[in-house]
Write a protein that binds this ligand. Structure first.
Ligand code: SF4
Ligand code: SF4
Length: 191
């Protein structure tokens, strides 16, 4: 008899996932989660996430790799750290979600319709190039990587910021840009 659709078979689970997450900074305490739900109750974004932080942690522990990497929770997290501050077990759900993002990008396990990884990668590429962020470059590259038409949507905001002197058209590099590049390269090579 086949299992109901909502259940996964043992062979569909990846029990290494939790060890991968635990190897990232701040991920090692995931084993002691007591599933109290304080993290989800503290999270302003939980209502828009397909799985709440508490549920993401349980799914990681269960080995639901495809579902975890394909979720939107890690991309909607605003890294406010409220969940981390309130966790009674000292777990850092924010860092757990960071780890899930990194693993998803590395393994190309992210939902292809999700543009957030492109945004994050473009953000890092721009900082790598200039040592700081340059929003017009960021938005132009990001738009052309996905849907160029979306530049139109950003235009009024960009024009308003330019008019108020909040944006510079020409990018400028920080003095020691190589130091910034080393930091980014070190993390990228680690992941
Ligand atoms: S608050 Fe901490 S212990 Fe409670 S469910 Fe979230 S991560 Fe687990
Ligand atoms: S850090 Fe992320 S998961 Fe935690 S409460 Fe804030 S938005 Fe929610």
């Amino acid at each position: 008899m086949s299992a109901p659709a909502e259940y996964l078979r043992e062979e569909e689970l990846d029990h290494n996932l939790i060890y991968e997450v635990a190897s990232f900074p701040g991920g090692h305490k995931i084993f002691s989660c007591q599933q109290c739900g304080s993290c989800s109750g503290s999270c302003d974004m939980a209502q828009d996430m397909d799985y709440t932080p508490r549920k993401m942690i349980e799914m990681i522990r269960a080995g639901m790799r495809k579902e975890v990497l394909g979720a939107n929770a890690q991309w909607l997290c605003t890294t406010c750290y409220y969940c981390t501050v309130r966790c009674p077990r000292g777990i850092e759900p924010t860092e757990v979600l960071y780890a899930v993002k990194s693993i998803g990008i590395r393994d190309r396990g992210v939902d292809p319709n999700n543009d957030s990884p492109k945004f994050y990668e473009t953000f890092c590429d721009t900082v790598h190039k200039f040592g700081r962020q340059h929003e017009p470059t960021l938005m132009a590259i990001y738009a052309f990587k996905g849907n160029p038409l979306r530049l139109m949507g950003f235009a009024p905001l960009g024009i308003g910021m330019l008019a108020k002197g909040k944006l510079g058209l020409a990018p400028s590099r920080v003095k020691n840009v190589d130091e910034v590049r080393k930091l980014i390269d070190r993390y990228r090579n680690k992941v």
